[in-house]
Design a protein around this ligand. Structure first.
Ligand code: BGC
Ligand code: ZN
Length: 371
């Protein structure tokens, strides 16, 4: 069966003939892969900057953003049936007995760093025709979300970030229990207009936030128009400074970073508002040091009760809320959500996509054309 794989030792990428997976235990589920999204992480792996094949394999099958259809289930699987659409999570737990996160099923918070990730780190990914995994890692997606279901995994990054934003903002005494999750009257700035940024925009809008997007593209670009079409505001960093942005927004309650650009992000810390939260989701490349005004940052953080946190990967709760949210987005913004997928290619064309600079928003490799 075909699979798109990287060979780190020889620095090559190719379509390989990969062994057919089989159901080996009662809780296994076999999937026909439908769509696999490509993101910055995949491009890093394709540049051989990141990524590790499973022990004993010369290659790593790529792909961690998946949508698949169930083709067979083990005897002990009750909650998933043949024909269901599913998204499978990426990260698998470490085996350290002392890792409280992994022992609690929350490998997205793994302490040991010995977790594995499908398509990234020590486990083959989904860029192949069929996969088998344990039912506990699968989340059923409603059938009508077939065209956009591949966006669930990138959306989980925003969902995990927002779950934590509510948790930490419970520190504000007037955020009465039960009201958390309500962003009405709050202002959020999203840095970056890639898939994780734009999906974050929709998640914030759904929760009632007023949302501004600050990114490089021009004010009349496709992304700027997309942002306006869903009801958020777009400010181009090529023509407006961070101070101009802050002037326009007023008190910024939340900055959701989705650029991976460290210098810009730290600079933006200074426009975070009183009692604000700043979330980092991007993983910057190693680019060498830059200067920041540390005492200004610290002064602001203390005098304005601010909070800064980073977040990676996602737990089962974020997958569930991503699926619910995607259904809401699809109802409310069908065209813009569908337009996030800017290219769909056959597996043979994946290598070209992985090794050229990204164009558009989300590129998807399609393994089956069924609708
Ligand atoms: C994936 C995450 C993963 C991270 C680091 C991201 O692209 O979406 O699931 O944890 O890369 O490997
Ligand atoms: Zn990704």
């Amino acid at each position: 069966m075909r699979a798109v794989a990287v060979f780190p030792s020889s620095k090559t990428i190719s379509v390989v003939d990969h062994p057919e997976p089989a159901i080996e235990c009662d809780t296994d589920v076999r999937l026909d892969v439908l769509d696999v999204g490509i993101c910055g992480t995949d491009r890093e792996i394709a540049r051989f900057d990141y990524g590790t094949p499973p022990d004993g394999s010369p290659y790593l099958v790529l792909g961690h953003e998946s949508l698949a259809r169930v083709s067979a289930v083990g005897a002990g699987v009750g909650n998933i049936a043949v024909g269901d659409l599913v998204v499978t999570t990426v990260r698998r737990p470490c085996t350290q007995p002392w890792c409280r996160a992994c022992r609690a099923g929350r490998q997205d918070f793994c302490f040991s760093g010995l977790f594995t990730e499908r398509g990234i780190n020590g486990r083959h990914g989904f860029m192949t025709e069929r996969v088998v995994d344990d039912a506990q890692y699968m989340h059923v997606v409603p059938a009508h979300l077939r065209p956009v279901g591949v966006l669930v995994e990138p959306l989980t990054i925003a969902e995990k970030a927002l779950i934590q934003v509510w948790d930490v903002q419970e520190r504000l005494p007037w955020t009465a229990a039960g009201r958390s999750g309500d962003g009405h009257g709050q202002r959020a700035v999203v840095l970056g207009a890639g898939p994780v940024g734009l999906l974050g925009v929709l998640a914030l809008l759904c929760r009632g936030f007023d949302v501004w997007v600050y990114s490089m593209d021009a004010a009349d670009s496709f992304k700027a128009r997309w942002v306006a079409s869903v009801g958020a505001r777009y400010v181009s960093s090529s023509t407006a400074s961070l101070d101009a942005l802050a002037q326009e927004v007023g008190n910024i309650d939340l900055i959701y970073e989705a650029t991976g650009a460290a210098a810009l992000s730290f600079d933006a810390l200074r426009i975070l508002g009183v009692n604000g939260v700043f979330v980092f989701t991007g993983v910057p490349g190693r680019k060498g040091p830059f200067e920041i005004d540390g005492s200004l940052v610290m002064r602001n953080m203390v005098l304005k009760n601010q909070l800064l946190f980073g977040t990676v990967n996602a737990g089962p709760d974020a997958f569930d809320s991503a699926i619910d949210d995607l259904a809401t987005f699809y109802e409310r913004w069908r065209e813009p959500v569908t337009a996030l997928i800017t290219s769909r290619v056959q597996p043979d064309a994946a290598i070209q996509l992985l090794t050229t600079p990204p164009a558009g928003i989300k590129a998807v490799v399609s393994f089956r054309a069924d609708a």
